[in-house]
Write a protein that binds this ligand. Structure first.
Ligand SMILES: *Cc1c(COP(=O)(O)O)cnc(C)c1O
Length: 389
């Protein structure tokens, strides 16, 4: 079956009522037929739901659907994207191991890499996503995993997944890809050999700004380890959030088509604007990763970044001059949003570390929503002109 069909027809659970649409299972625990069945389930000899920290039918449907869409063996749902990323490190790395990460990764991921992993004696080296020599230079005997994000948040850096896999095969590393910005509709890292794929489902998978959730999908042996960790440590996704996210996946393909179309039109408009420099969009020819983006992505995604002519001061005036776009952190919503990474998501990094990930004081990130493109462009244009005065 094709992507759109799998997203709609992967339906794991119905009750005796034969609901057409999957119902919600808001229950903390499940009953057993008898003592012997209870014993067998606790002993892992028989499959079934015991307790919603372990499994819940709504989470199982979301996991089955994401595994089908990513083309992986299995998946595990978590309470947030960060919980999925953190669980993937905690389940698969141990004290003394070394992790190589692209330096262009999400702000909270940097916090895990620098503030928490070292506490458990897991060392981290950051590398340049577009300079493969820095990857090779970082390898040590203890290196176990390569973590990358493409396109990256917020710099929209592109990493070549085929090259990343070849590097991991050569050095016997687990390739772990944060696929949040692309979603499996635009990019399937498993097709290029990724062992593990993590998601903030909060973004495009919900797509309507309602719930927080995460997913890790991948090879069976790796997901089994992550499931075991989650079962004991408890970052379980709530049945309600899982129900929302599974429903949302039914419309992911049509939403992404429109997000991408709007973003490409916005990027084209901004390229000619006197108040913007360095407009970045993965499918623009001026993007240094455009050829790789076109190789591994179906469309360019919903995010556009640019640098405002007057730097930090004009950036703030621009945000204040917007009439329709929301000032909020959550990307991938139906509503277009504008953010200023230097003062928000990446404020905890040092200015040098920020610059190393491509974040200048004047960087503006637009998550292009599903409003009419004429209205999105009109609002941004008037704010750019007003902020220049
Ligand atoms: C938002 C985001 C995360 C974190 O996800 P949460 O659901 O907020 O925990 C991780 N990676 C990327 C690329 C993100 O944009």
């Amino acid at each position: 079956m094709k992507f759109e069909t799998l997203a709609i027809r992967t339906q794991t659970n119905r009750t005796a009522q034969q609901e057409h649409s999957t119902p919600m299972f808001p229950t903390s625990s499940f009953v057993f037929d008898d003592a012997e069945q209870m014993r067998a389930m606790f002993a892992d000899e028989q499959e079934g739901n015991i307790y919603s920290r372990f499994t819940n039918p709504n989470c199982t449907e979301l996991e089955d659907k994401m595994a089908a869409l990513e083309g992986t063996d299995d998946a595990v749902a978590t309470a947030s994207g960060m919980a999925a990323i953190f669980a993937s490190f905690m389940a698969l790395l141990k004290a003394g191991d070394h992790l190589i990460s692209s330096r262009a990764v999400f702000g909270s991921t940097h916090t895990i890499l620098h503030q928490y992993l070292p506490k458990w004696n897991i060392e981290v080296t950051l590398v340049d996503p577009s300079d493969q020599q820095t990857w090779a230079d970082a390898v040590r005997p203890a290196t176990k995993m390569f973590f990358v994000e493409t396109p990256s948040n917020p710099g929209l850096d592109i990493i070549d997944l085929e090259a990343a896999k070849a590097f991991c095969v050569k050095n016997n590393l687990i390739l772990n890809v944060d696929n949040c910005f692309a979603t499996p509709y635009l990019q399937k890292p498993a097709q290029w050999g990724a062992d593990l794929i993590t998601h903030s489902a909060t973004k495009y998978i919900d797509g309507q700004g309602r719930v927080v959730g995460g997913i890790a999908a991948g090879r069976q042996d790796l997901i089994t380890e992550i499931k075991k960790l989650c079962r004991s440590t408890g970052p379980a996704l709530s049945p309600f959030n899982a129900w929302v996210l599974s429903k949302s996946l039914e419309t992911l393909a049509v939403r992404m088509d429109r997000h991408c179309d709007n973003a490409e039109r916005l990027a084209t408009f901004l390229m000619d604007h006197t108040q913007c420099h360095n407009v970045r969009y993965p499918f623009l020819d001026s993007h240094p990763g455009a050829a790789i983006a076109r190789k591994q992505m179906k469309l360019g995604g919903g995010l556009v970044t640019f640098e405002i002519a007057g730097g930090l001061a004009q950036g703030k005036r621009f945000l204040d001059a917007l009439k329709m776009l929301s000032l909020t952190a959550n990307l991938g919503d139906t509503r277009s949003i504008a953010t200023h990474p230097a003062s928000t998501t990446h404020a905890k990094l040092t200015p040098e570390a920020r610059l190393a990930t491509g974040i200048t004081d004047g960087l503006i990130r637009i998550s292009t929503g599903l409003e009419h493109i004429d209205d999105i462009i009109r609002d941004i244009d008037q704010a750019l002109i007003l902020s220049a005065q």
